[in-house]
Design a protein around this ligand. Structure first.
Ligand SMILES: Cc1cc2nc3c(=O)[nH]c(=O)nc-3n(C[C@H](O)[C@H](O)[C@H](O)COP(=O)(O)O)c2cc1C
Length: 350
């Protein structure tokens, strides 16, 4: 079956089941795992555990009722764009079974900010909800001033529904590429977004394909703006990657790759930023989490929180509680009383 069809069916059944408190309760009994060693406050938000759902799985905020009951500590919806976007032509999602990864070429398909904001209206969530915003994938936004206005519109509409906002400048599949990697464009974008009135924490999501010099320039810009955190990382576009299994080299040259193919790149970006900036930014590590040791590595390299999608697609929803359980065991075994004590402990050990 087309993986996108499977994804869509999961979303509609999850959205249906999520409406019933008895089903949510049942999922909680089966999947939920709690341990105070995993609790922490980050940027004023309370996290019962560090495992979050990454942007792209629940693009339209249809699962916000169900997802907390499978054990997530937080969820990020989106990417949400100011206008409705149908996305790129199909097919646009491929499984790389041997490489334990996905190729994603959705192109920011989503219902648009107004509809998604309406869906979130009056909904209470018991875990932090991040909203990932991006520029609408359309011809009009090839003009950078339009793209900035469009970004601001999404921010304005979504800000009151989020506990934190992620500014996604690293979608590998939009028309015109990633214009906000260019320093002057990023500076102009952040100048405008700084003026959006909200005290919600702001994260920026980076590409794992950035060169060190590009990362340095971006970090220097971020320090002068209202950005409290960085998400490391989005999908990789680079096909020159040893983690791609030889039989899966030629599936398509479109799209960005998730899962085990992107893991080391994400880890390197995270560690580099933590080594350079210490605790200046809150870091969220994402890319290729399949086991608790993957989570623990990201935390010890500087991540306060982590996110995932691909691991859950390959391993099923029980992965979340298994990760939390095993992580709590590892922290305790290493003598930590709380997860906070482990953050960044390995970043400067080479
Ligand atoms: C199906 C799919 C759709 C995605 N869509 C988005 C998106 O809309 N916005 C975004 O910031 N990241 C998106 N991503 C990237 C993920 O949020 C994440 O950064 C990346 O997949 C690495 O994590 P993983 O290996 O655990 O999947 C998507 C990933 C997948 C697999």
């Amino acid at each position: 079956m087309d993986p996108e069809n499977i994804h869509d069916r999961m979303i509609s059944s999850g959205s249906f089941f999520g409406r019933f408190s008895i089903i949510r309760k049942f999922f909680s009994i089966v999947f939920d795992y709690k341990n105070p060693i995993l609790n922490q406050k980050v940027l004023g938000m309370d996290f019962i555990n560090p495992i979050g759902l990454s942007a792209g799985f629940d693009k339209n905020a249809e699962l916000t009722e169900l997802l907390p009951s499978i054990g997530f500590g937080f969820i990020e919806i989106g990417s949400v764009t100011a206008e409705y976007c149908a996305g790129n032509p199909k097919p646009r999602l491929w499984r790389m079974q041997l490489s334990e990864s996905l190729i994603v070429y959705y192109g920011l398909k989503n219902d648009g900010a107004e509809k998604i904001a309406k869906r979130l209206e009056n909904k209470k969530h018991h875990i932090p909800l991040g909203i990932n915003i991006a520029m609408t994938n359309c011809q009009n936004n090839l003009d950078i001033n339009n793209a900035i206005e469009d970004f601001k519109k999404a921010f304005d509409i979504m800000k009151s529904h989020a506990d934190y906002i992620t500014i996604n400048i690293s979608c590998p599949n939009a028309l015109g590429g990633q214009p906000f990697i260019k320093p002057e464009n990023l500076e102009n974008l952040l100048n405008i977004l700084d003026k959006v009135e909200t005290d919600k924490p702001r994260f920026i999501k980076l590409s794992p394909d950035l060169q060190k010099e590009e990362i340095d320039i971006i970090l220097n810009i971020l320090k002068n703006h209202k950005i409290q955190g960085i998400i490391c990382s989005n999908l990789t576009k680079n096909r020159d990657n040893k983690k791609i299994h030889q039989n899966e080299n030629n599936i398509t040259d479109k799209g960005g790759i998730s899962g085990k193919v992107v893991r080391d790149l994400s880890d390197d970006l995270l560690k580099y930023i933590y080594q350079r900036e210490g605790k200046r930014f809150v870091l969220i590590g994402v890319g290729g989490i399949f086991e608790a040791k993957d989570v623990y590595k990201k935390i010890r390299n500087g991540a306060s929180l982590v996110q995932l999608i691909t691991g859950m697609i390959f391993e099923g929803p029980s992965l979340i509680s298994n990760l939390n359980q095993d992580l709590a065991y590892m922290l305790k075994k290493d003598g930590f009383k709380n997860i906070k004590e482990a953050i960044g402990i390995d970043a400067n050990r080479d």
